[in-house]
Design a protein around this ligand. Structure first.
Ligand code: ADP
Length: 548
């Protein structure tokens, strides 16, 4: 059953003519059951203004010809004061032109007095009220929309601000990690370097064992630092992969020679199978591919006590060729619920493995990210107690051109340093602030047959380089007073053409670019690979490199 709702309309009737007022009131009073008019009256413009200031009307029914009014001007004035009330104008003249002017003055509608009023009045009032309501809800909706837009804008501004803060925090973290690894690499340079020098002395068997352990542990520590550095570069989006023409077989051979002895020490069967369809000349990032394979193979050997470790390499060519490297072991395996998680940073399958085998839990996270950066992926199949197969897929472009040798990554150490020989001659300026590193570089250079002069900062380096002739300058980058970039730029600016090799513990890609931009002829990263250093120096001194 529907209930009748009575609509009460508050109406101000403005008319100076008594008869017209009575007639209008009469029409309004005769309306149906659903509508009741609550009518107040005014006879002048002044009274009207007072009334609408005091009461909220739904309708103002305004006669156009008030004694103190001015026709359309009065309409404009009342519309502006009427607030939410709809203003309807009553005229004595049925004139369309007047009607248009009335509407343009802001009134909702106009009505002509007379007999027709009886039929049109209430309907016009109802429509006016509806129009007014629609306009008001439209207005409210617009306001709500504006408010929502403002809130949205505010939310997006604070989201941007948070994103900016997060970016800054991540950059600060990456910078911190980069600084830390620089700080760690500087003493590591001395520890590894002096360990290698000591190993060349006449040592008894105990001493040799201890020195070997020092070198081995330092290299292990360096691997950890390099992993942290790589991971921070990946997180900061600063790790770039390259596309270099290289020999795939040579790369696989290098990887094999680096891990074979470790597998054999554990009495594991170690095998590398290369399928016949494997192209040799390919475009890939050899440093990063090698890094992934070494990581997977080192893990396979680490987590296998008996049985075998195998590397299968083949080409899958379904239109877009990709290399597939399967690293298969018969080791401890990984439980199904851990198989996804172990690819997350700092995650290990089992707490006891970290105690037994060591490790940071970064290797697989780096491998997975490197695989993605190379456009590929890594998958895993494993059965606890039986073993694991990690499959690395890397898309390739076959090349027809000449392949280069697989270059070593700047961070990678030589497996066995060649003993240094006095094959070079000349005088080298060493700019280096760390005392142990000054001594280390001096000894290395003297072992190569070179004379040395040491300065402690960039300013002294500039003064010394200008005061006498040197055949070569070894310039540390991070030094007090004046850094290596500034010192090199100043030396070159003063017209001194002595070759400058930057020695830097910074290993971010753009640090190397900065070295070259500052005018350095070459750079070598710390910890310094002594054979690489000797070969590099011999290039500039035009003499025989080590071992030749
Ligand atoms: P780390 O070896 O330094 O702990 P990784 O990210 O390389 O870090 O590996 C994460 C974890 O994945 C390891 O701690 C180990 O639990 C598991 N894992 C990786 N490779 C193997 C494997 N071949 N066999 C069994 N478990 C493995």
């Amino acid at each position: 059953m529907t209930q009748n709702v009575i609509q009460i309309i508050k109406l101000l009737l403005v008319d100076d003519d008594f008869g017209d007022r009575k007639l209008t009131q009469h029409i309004l009073s005769r309306q149906g059951q659903n509508i009741t008019f609550n009518v107040e009256t005014a006879e002048t413009l002044e009274q009207t203004k007072k009334a609408i200031a005091a009461t909220d009307y739904d309708i103002v029914l305004l006669d156009l010809g008030l004694p103190d009014g001015n026709g359309l001007d009065s309409v404009v004035e009342i519309v502006s004061l009427a607030g939410s009330a709809a203003v309807l104008v009553l005229t004595g003249l049925d004139d369309d032109e007047v009607g248009v002017k009335v509407i343009r003055s802001g009134a909702q509608d106009y009505l002509v007095k007379g007999t027709a009023l009886e039929y049109t009045l209430v309907r016009t009032i109802k429509y006016a009220i509806e129009r007014k309501r629609s306009a008001e809800s439209l207005f409210k909706a617009q306001k709500d929309l504006e408010q929502m837009n403002a809130q949205l804008l505010q939310a997006s501004e604070s989201a941007n601000k948070l994103a900016e803060q997060a970016k800054q925090a991540s950059e600060t973290k990456s910078q911190f990690l980069a600084n830390m690894s620089h700080e760690i690499r500087t003493p590591m340079n001395a520890i590894i370097g002096f360990g290698q020098i000591l190993a060349e002395e006449n040592l008894n068997s105990h001493q040799r064992e201890y020195v070997d352990l020092i070198i081995e542990s330092s290299k292990h520590l360096l691997d950890i630092v390099n992993d942290i550095l790589d991971f921070s570069k990946i997180e900061a989006g600063r790790l770039k992969v390259e596309q270099i023409d290289c020999s795939l077989r040579q790369l696989v051979h290098t990887v094999k020679s680096l891990v074979q002895s470790v597998a054999e020490e554990k009495h594991l069967q170690f095998e590398v199978i290369i399928s016949d369809n494997l192209p040799d000349a390919v475009q890939i990032d050899p440093f990063r591919l090698k890094q992934c394979l070494l990581n997977l193979l080192t893990n396979a050997i680490k987590f296998t006590e008996t049985g075998s470790v195998k590397l299968n390499v083949c080409l899958i060519d379904n239109g877009s060729p990709q290399l597939k490297f399967d690293v298969i072991d018969t080791g401890v395996g990984i439980p199904p619920d851990k198989q996804e998680k172990i690819f997350d940073a700092f995650t290990q399958a089992d707490q006891s493995t970290s105690r037994k085998y060591g490790g940071t839990g970064l290797g697989l996270a780096i491998c997975k990210n490197l695989a993605h950066l190379m456009g590929g992926t890594i998958t895993l199949q494993s059965c606890p107690g039986k073993g694991s197969t990690f499959s690395l897929y890397v898309p390739i472009q076959k090349t027809t051109g000449q392949t280069r040798f697989v270059p070593k990554h700047p961070q990678q150490q030589e497996a066995d340093p060649i003993p240094l020989q006095k094959t070079l001659s000349g005088c080298v300026l060493i700019a280096e602030d760390s005392k142990p590193n000054q001594t280390l570089i001096r000894i290395l250079l003297e072992k190569m047959g070179l004379q040395t002069v040491i300065v402690e900062d960039g300013k002294q380096a500039v003064e010394m380089a200008c005061s006498r002739h040197f055949d070569l300058i070894l310039m540390d980058i991070q030094m007090p007073v004046m850094n290596g970039y500034e010192a090199t730029a100043e030396i070159k600016r003063r017209g001194i053409s002595t070759p400058v090799i930057a020695t830097t513990a910074n290993v971010m890609e753009d640090d190397n670019i900065k070295c070259l931009q500052a005018g350095c002829d070459s750079y070598i990263s710390k910890p310094i690979d002594r054979t690489k250093l000797q070969n590099m120096i011999s290039e500039y001194l035009l003499l025989q490199p080590a071992g030749k």
